[in-house]
Write a protein that binds this ligand. Structure first.
Ligand SMILES: *Cc1c(COP(=O)(O)O)cnc(C)c1O
Length: 462
């Protein structure tokens, strides 16, 4: 790959004047669009009016818009972004040296804000549109806690009420996350709870359950539609979230363009697909328009392998089946990833935009085992200084593996990966790893077949 002779600094920052002023909607450049959300009752595509019952109207519009290429970033959101953006693009010189690789490694670091991850990029946008609509507040779910934290910060800034249903095991095991949310003014309820019909039903059926993300989503949606002036917001998976997260890729590309650098390989971890969708957006756009080619790799945990072992089909987004049906790579909405698995990336499905791109062969996916992820995390922390989130470390693992391949072949490939966040709140997982107590549970084909057997029947589809 040809590069200019300009010396690449350790960190490439953009000037304030160089920050993206618009989000980029990747769907506009897709010839075959992602499949529409369906009404679970009628099987027909969800309309704007139907979606607006659950989501803010402006966000519902963004969700359904497959054609508008650029959306202006409202000034108030842009101003908020300036508190923690641009996120640095780092040339991982120290990691390259430690690996002895001829590869050139870059990472886009999204952990430079109190919530500790990229989720704030969409949280502020969603809270903003809710406020614009004159709403009182928003409801949501959180698992590991990053999304709830990000949303609490955004709502505090805009003086909006924020109600978070937190998966009960996390609520009990992650008191620090919970208290950060409460410090920013959010009301945090352990899920399942007796504050909703769906919560009471689940508690009756499974007394003593630690809860799940799918169940917390059902409760948050019910809370939104049953309170005047509230809507539901979601931190990943949806098209609107990928749209907001495009700021990651737009900044990364602008920073690389400044130095004439072009990545050969782009790597990101994939839970619901929002950081990866955002990171790759402008690069995938070039690929779709036939202007450039990139190898793009989604990395998922071997314990929750939606892309690599799931099926491309319509499925429920939540356990309570109150949300629209989405066509995606899925393990089935009843799939329960092993409790041994640390951190996020535990969602059964995947962004429908990324699912369609993957189905068209425009990107690859690979799965990695947990102990090898923490090995990579530790190696990275010791040379690059940043303590990475376990989720982000999935991408580090594959970036290191690709760089080591270059060492064998002598190829000087340029690798870009997304470092989505920091791992300070994941020290229980790090402790397990340090004590040699971490395990690599991989679901059997039977486990997956069992949950896939419960996919909904959709005429003309599944
Ligand atoms: C939520 C989260 C992820 C995974 O979510 P995506 O929507 O797939 O990006 C990855 N890294 C961190 C730090 C997160 O908080």
């Amino acid at each position: 790959m040809s590069q200019t002779s300009k010396e690449i600094p350790y960190k490439i920052y953009l000037e304030e004047s160089e920050l993206p002023k618009q989000w980029y909607n990747l769907r506009a450049d897709m010839k075959k669009k992602p499949a529409p959300l369906l009404n679970p009752g009628t099987g027909a595509p969800m309309t704007l009016d139907e979606l607006s019952v659950v989501f803010c109207r402006e966000l519902a519009k963004q969700e359904l818009d497959n054609d508008t290429k650029f959306f202006d970033i409202p000034q108030e959101i842009f101003d908020f972004y300036k508190m923690y953006r641009p996120a640095p693009l780092v040339r991982a010189y120290f990691l390259e040296r430690a690996l002895g690789t001829p590869a050139k490694i870059y990472y886009k670091f999204e952990g430079n804000n109190t919530s500790g991850s990229h989720k704030l990029n969409s949280a502020i946008a969603q809270a903003y549109y809710a406020k614009q609509q004159g709403l009182k507040g928003v409801t949501t779910e959180t698992g590991a806690g990053q999304w709830g934290t990000a949303l609490s910060m955004a709502c505090a800034f805009l003086d909006m009420d924020c109600q978070v249903y937190m998966v009960k095991v996390s609520y009990e095991q992650k008191p620090f996350r919970r208290e950060v949310m409460r410090t920013y003014g959010a009301k945090v309820t352990p899920s399942p709870s007796n504050t909703t019909n769906v919560g009471r039903k689940i508690l009756e059926e499974f007394p003593g359950t630690g809860g799940s993300l799918g169940c917390a989503i059902s409760e948050a949606v019910e809370a939104a539609v049953s309170q005047e002036g509230y809507r539901y917001v979601l931190g990943s998976v949806l098209n609107q979230v990928l749209l907001h997260q495009s700021v990651i890729g737009l900044e990364a590309k602008a920073a690389m363009d400044k130095y004439g650098v072009k990545p050969d390989i782009i790597i990101g971890c994939a839970g619901g697909g929002s950081n990866l969708g955002g990171l790759i957006a402008p690069f995938m756009g070039e690929k779709l328009r036939g202007e450039a080619d990139y190898r793009i790799i989604a990395v998922e945990p071997a314990s929750c392998p939606s892309f690599t072992r799931g099926t491309y089909a319509y499925d429920f987004c939540d356990t309570g089946a109150v949300c629209p049906l989405a066509k995606m790579y899925t393990l089935g909405s009843t799939f329960m990833p092993s409790p041994n698995h640390a951190g996020g990336l535990r969602y059964h499905g995947m962004s429908s935009t990324l699912s369609e791109l993957y189905d068209q062969g425009l990107m690859e996916a690979t799965s990695v085992e947990q102990t090898s992820v923490f090995e990579a995390a530790e190696q990275f922390a010791r040379v690059e200084g940043i303590l990475p989130a376990p989720e982000s470390s999935h991408a580090i693992r594959v970036a290191i593996d690709e760089a080591l391949k270059c060492k064998e072949t002598g190829e000087e490939k340029t690798i870009l990966f997304g470092l989505t966040g920091t791992g300070y709140f994941d020290m229980v997982a790090y402790e397990k790893y340090n004590n040699g107590e971490m395990s690599d549970y991989i679901p059997t084909d039977e486990d997956i077949a069992k949950s896939l057997a419960k996919l909904p029947k959709v005429p003309g589809e599944n």
